[in-house]
Design a protein around this ligand. Sequence first.
Ligand code: ARG
Length: 402
Amino acid sequence: MWSGRVGGELASAVWDFLRGDDAELLPYDLQATLVHAQRLYAVGILDASELAEVEEKLTAIEGIDESDEDVHSSIERQLGEVGRKIHAGRSRNDQVAAAFRLYVADACADADAALTAFAGVLIARATENATTPMPGYTHLQRAQPVTVGHHLLAWVEMLGRDRARFAFAAAQAEPSPLGAAALAGSTLGLPAPRNAMRNTIDAVADRDFALDYLYAAATLFVHLSRIGEELVLWTTSEFGFARLPEEASTGSSIMPQKLNPDVAELARGKAGTAIGRLTGLLATVKSLPLAYDRDLQEDKPPVFAARRDVAGALGALTVLVAGLELDAGRLAAAASDPLLLATDAAEALVAEGVPFRDAHEQVAASVRDGSFTPPEQVTDCYLLGRGIDVAAAVGAAKERWS
Ligand code: ARG
């Protein structure tokens, strides 16, 4: 591809080092190359039969091989003779950015679908457990009674924000860098894409869309790690709130009795990796002079890996949560400790005109000396009495995720 300038063969150690791990970009580069070919046809650089030939050959390309420096040079090689015309008015710099943007947009669509499936299962479980009591926690100490439905809807809220972050990343990836060529456009007068980026230097230098994707993935994984941690806790003998479904739990290689929450743990563990991918690419882009530098080849592997993990973790957790067997008896027993109504009792005094600090002291004293009894009107008050309508929240969540 650039043999006209560099006469001799590259040393194999150099070749191996420079080769991009970018085969996953192939379908996206094929798509962007087709658009580029149409632009060449529009100004007469390709004639109709050459365009037809390019179109046909592009659909036949299935992979790249060891002898290719990267996916871009591979496509050019596999187009054969007509491939010698295809790179007019473009550079691998705008080519890789175009293909990578299409990739990220697609990865965001995948994430949206997997989030929607997981949220759908959570909303279904919340519907069926809208009134199943469970203790709510702060500091991992039992705090106030809530219901399983209310807690699961808290998870759904996190996923809703994740969904918005992936949509933002997709919107950032949408503009097209085609036409920027190496960094300064071309003299060939190719038609600008409808969504062309405004500045050719920015078009080949910008990787914010990939950072936005990795940020969305990292934040999603932070959420999945919190969900995973709670599932690990709930399924211990100590909590005993739930049993893992067999299709989403693992056994021990030595201890025959065990059912392990590996799915929840791995989702939790992958949060570290997801955060690492984001900070890694931030560090790669930091201080890079505009426009393109080969450092940017490092942008793709973390995004490819994040896409696999997002789909993998959401898919497995969806199965786990769908089959989770809640132990309503254990949950109710844990939630029915009368002390969890201490706050409601203090608020009942406030409603009678007692200043809150005095009410707090009175109730605390009764807890300390063992005389605490929750007032009649709040003993059965879970959520509606506190202004929380789980049934309505479930309905609204179904709307948002439909
Ligand atoms: N494989 C390269 C990448 O992923 C493609 C762009 C190479 N451009 C260049 N000027 N060497 O970034």
